[in-house]
Design a protein around this ligand. Sequence first.
Ligand SMILES: Cc1ncc(C[n+]2csc(CCOP(=O)(O)OP(=O)(O)O)c2C)c(N)n1
Ligand SMILES: [Mg+2]
Length: 556
Amino acid sequence: MTLSAGHLIVRQLEAHGVPRVYTVPGESFLDVLDGLHDSPIDTVVCRHEGGAGFMALAESRLTGTPGIAMVTRGPGAANAMIAVHTAWQDATALVLFVGLIPVADRGRNAFQEFSLEGWFSTTAKRVLILDDARRAAEVVEEAMRTAASGRPGPVVIGLPEDVLVRAGGGKPLQPRKAPAAAPGLQAMEELTERLAAAARPLMVVGGDGWTAADSAALADWAAEANLPAAADWRAYDAVPHQSPAFAGWLGYGRADTLAARLGEADLLVFVGCARTDVASEGYTRGLDTETVLVLADPDASGHAGRLDQHIVVPPASFIAALPDPGAAKGLRGSTWMKELAADQDRFAAPVPEPSVPAEPNGVDLCAAFALLEERLPRDRVVTYGAGNATIWGHRFLSHSGPGTLVGPRNGAMGLAVPAAVAASLIHPGRCVTAVCGDGDFLMNAQELAVAAAHGAAPLIIVVDNGVYGTIAAHQRQQYPYRPSGTDIPNPDFAGWITNFGGHGERVENTREFGPALERALGSGKLALLHLLVDPELMPPDASNNEAHTVLAGDPA
Ligand SMILES: Cc1ncc(C[n+]2csc(CCOP(=O)(O)OP(=O)(O)O)c2C)c(N)n1
Ligand SMILES: [Mg+2]
């Protein structure tokens, strides 16, 4: 039987091993939905296309297979844009299918017509339109490959409604093999010489696609080579935090000490990521330092400043070819690495209780996150949106390996909840915790309905300061005593979650937090802890952070 293009699309996704797709349906792609009816692929029905897109992004981060979202034309595509932008900036693979109007209606301002290319061409690696039904399998194969290759990113496929029901031209294609890139011997020798000659080298590890084995192998090698390894912004799980080489993480809310070390280093080696503005303190630090990139993107796009050597391979190929750590160590002792590791230990250690009790001003987040670090199981997955509220989690929650963190490197609010829902579907038995500000939470909290529908049970921590606090903090600095446009009086979130059949608690002070956390973890249900905090609460040490106005506590 000849498959329609819509059905063939689904079969091609099956050939790529796609486990689930995230969608808000539209009448524009009914034939694809019909193909999903008999497919082993799980169809996750979402409540907003932004949520669907973010879930697909989380799927990519956590599984290594490009996440798939399916949305309808005009309004659906508009809602999905935030996930495309996030995937684009964060270098995360994503394939977005968009149902389109019939070909014959084009150019007539037909119902929900819009320009797919106009909207997405500057924010996607490719925009493909399936105008020929016979190319259905080929277009999907190309999209999957392109999304994951080089610098990963989003690919958008337009599906005209009438084309989907035509004959799709055959069987699914075997996915093409990715090129087997390996670093040249000479390149590895050059890198070894650079490392051996450096007194204060620093490795920065980031990006997607890390396996537990690769991440552990790189950290072990770094430790033997006396080479400290920092994680890039919101890629903290790329380096196991227990490693003696772990030097902390870069980006908003990072330790002042690490920012200073970035300036002192005499060689920077970026693996899986580039030197962005966020990693370089707003293009101010390390730009003139001798630099090596290990990055599959031949264009090194987004890399700022000096580049002395570029090894164009993905992390896995690099790790398979790592040189003798003794040779890379040269004459360097372990003092430099130990100093950076000790700085990080101090930074992540629980901050002593404030001398003034936090009670009437709400929960002490240092204490709360220290407790979460202790109580959440080691293999937990933590998801974040944007905003100051994320910084306590970044600082106090450790990661023992990759695939345990999803956060927007582009600072897109609203990722925490959908990412936690996706993580709970991907890892049903594991503890998944979303860390959200009150603003962040309510941007995509509707996706908790999806968790409830699937019996998924993430824990949601909502930090309620009653304000878009990050912006209010900027405002206090730049326009003192004139708060404007930043207040967000909130409903009772704990009560709200019970309407989804979940367990919710309002936590007004530090003392209440521990018992509430135990009850939430013990409930076995979708759970939410609504933490009340002072509206002006800032992450600790933010005021003595020298890049305060640009960086500290500003994960916008
Ligand atoms: C989608 C989106 N809209 C707006 C912003 C700008 N922005 C950055 S942080 C922030 C406030 C976050 O508020 P909340 O989640 O309550 O966290 P808080 O800063 O109060 O801790 C805003 C509005 C953004 N980064 N993303
Ligand atoms: Mg807030």
